[in-house]
Write a protein that binds this ligand. Structure first.
Ligand SMILES: Nc1nc2c(ncn2[C@@H]2O[C@H](COP(=O)(O)OP(=O)(O)OP(=O)(O)O)[C@@H](O)[C@H]2O)c(=O)[nH]1
Ligand SMILES: [Mg+2]
Length: 360
């Protein structure tokens, strides 16, 4: 039996990926297993997902893995600061300050959290280090839950438009590739729009992600008008009743004013073609840049109508506490986190799961 395998279609995230359609011959060797001979290599795969898939840890485990260094930096330091069995008073909490700042919670957020804890310590409500951690988790969770803007609801039958913005190098294009994979694996249709026309390489990079995830890319010539290519993409998406359009944008800050004007023009264009668009404007932030990244992010939140955050490179940092600082200081929810460079390395952000993963 010969089959054509479409890359990435109906694949659970992170499973074996093919970069282009492959002809395969399947001979069923047992009721639930098939030997798949791919041109060039062969592998054994069950009919209902690869062996690799079955071994994949759940989302919580993946989050835990991604924040390993942050956890070491936070929860384990707390154990060092607060000796076992010792009653927690104001002085102990003063020692905690450096730990929280070290995990990149930021000074404002750290002070806010510590003030709440000091009140409790004064009333002798923190018996031991376990209690302290539980209260700290509660405070962090409350901050994360307070930021809960929702995307604009799409009109039925019209595409949902997601504009992806952020400083260059933060991971916009990579995130778009991963996001496309998430939607495609849910059976949705997606169009990518290459509106970062400033660098020729930017368009090519998006096209590679398009091939990887089996998603069409609407593009123009390098140097073309980003709003014009957005116009084309939205017209195509409307005609085809595509579920999602994800728009890549440029991120250079040295042309800050023109970049913001460019984004504004794109928003107006989107609005003219699709009611409510862009429904979601995701600001991509690099977790490794910590508080500096937060400063730069403010420029976008002030003028680009951001509705949610994607925090990338959480896998490479001990300062994952910046998630809390972002939510608190930008007042915006983190929607996804990037935990690696591969197509399956995007996790939906769940505040409770995140806080638990920092302490368990
Ligand atoms: N470890 C890790 N690396 C990531 C993650 N997300 C993106 N990267 C890497 O970060 C680098 C920059 O990513 P891009 O997607 O090109 O960033 P960009 O924002 O589109 O950059 P410009 O187009 O220059 O504005 C690449 O090497 C990515 O592989 C992540 O979650 N974890
Ligand atoms: Mg890019």
């Amino acid at each position: 039996m010969m089959l054509r395998l479409q890359p990435a279609l109906n694949e659970a995230e992170g499973s074996r990926r093919l970069s282009s359609p492959h002809l395969v011959r399947i001979s069923v060797a047992s009721p639930d297993a098939a030997i798949i001979e791919l041109l060039g290599f062969s592998m054994i795969q069950t009919l209902f997902g690869s062996l690799e898939d079955q071994k994949r840890p759940g989302l919580f485990e993946r989050m835990k893995q991604a924040v390993t260094r942050t956890r070491e930096n936070l929860a384990e330091r707390i154990d060092e600061v607060v000796s076992f069995g010792k009653e927690i008073d104001r002085n102990t909490l003063d020692d905690l300050e450096a730990t929280l700042i070290g995990a990149d919670l930021g000074t404002t957020t750290t002070q806010e959290v510590l003030n709440k804890l000091r009140d409790k310590a004064d009333r002798k409500q923190i018996k031991d280090v376990q209690e302290l951690k539980r209260l700290l988790k509660e405070e962090l969770l409350a901050i994360l839950n307070a930021a809960n803007t929702q995307p604009v609801r799409r009109v039925d039958g019209m595409p949902e438009v997601i504009l992806v913005v952020g400083v260059n190098g933060t991971g916009k294009t990579t995130t778009i590739g991963k996001l496309s994979q998430v939607f495609r694996s849910e059976g949705k249709t997606v169009l990518l729009c290459a509106a970062d026309t400033f660098r020729a390489a930017a368009i090519e990079q998006l096209e590679i992600w398009g091939q990887r995830t089996g998603t069409e890319v609407i593009k123009t010539k390098p140097g073309g008008d980003p709003a014009a290519v957005l116009f084309d993409a939205l017209q195509a998406a409307t005609a085809r009743k595509t579920d999602y359009v994800i728009v890549d944008t440029a991120g250079r800050l040295h042309t800050k004013t023109s970049l913001m004007a460019e984004l504004e023009k794109m928003r107006r264009t989107a609005q003219r073609i699709i009611p409510g668009a862009p429904h979601e404007t995701l600001l991509v932030m690099d977790a490794t840049t910590g508080q500096n990244g937060l400063q730069q992010a403010r420029l976008f939140t002030q003028s680009a109508g951001v509705t949610g955050i994607v925090l990338t490179k959480l896998d490479g940092t001990a300062k994952g506490g910046v998630v809390v600082a972002i939510s608190r200081e930008l007042g915006l929810p983190v929607r996804f986190v990037g935990v690696g460079e591969k197509v399956g390395d995007l996790l939906p952000f769940d505040p409770k799961e995140f806080v638990d993963s920092l302490f368990e």
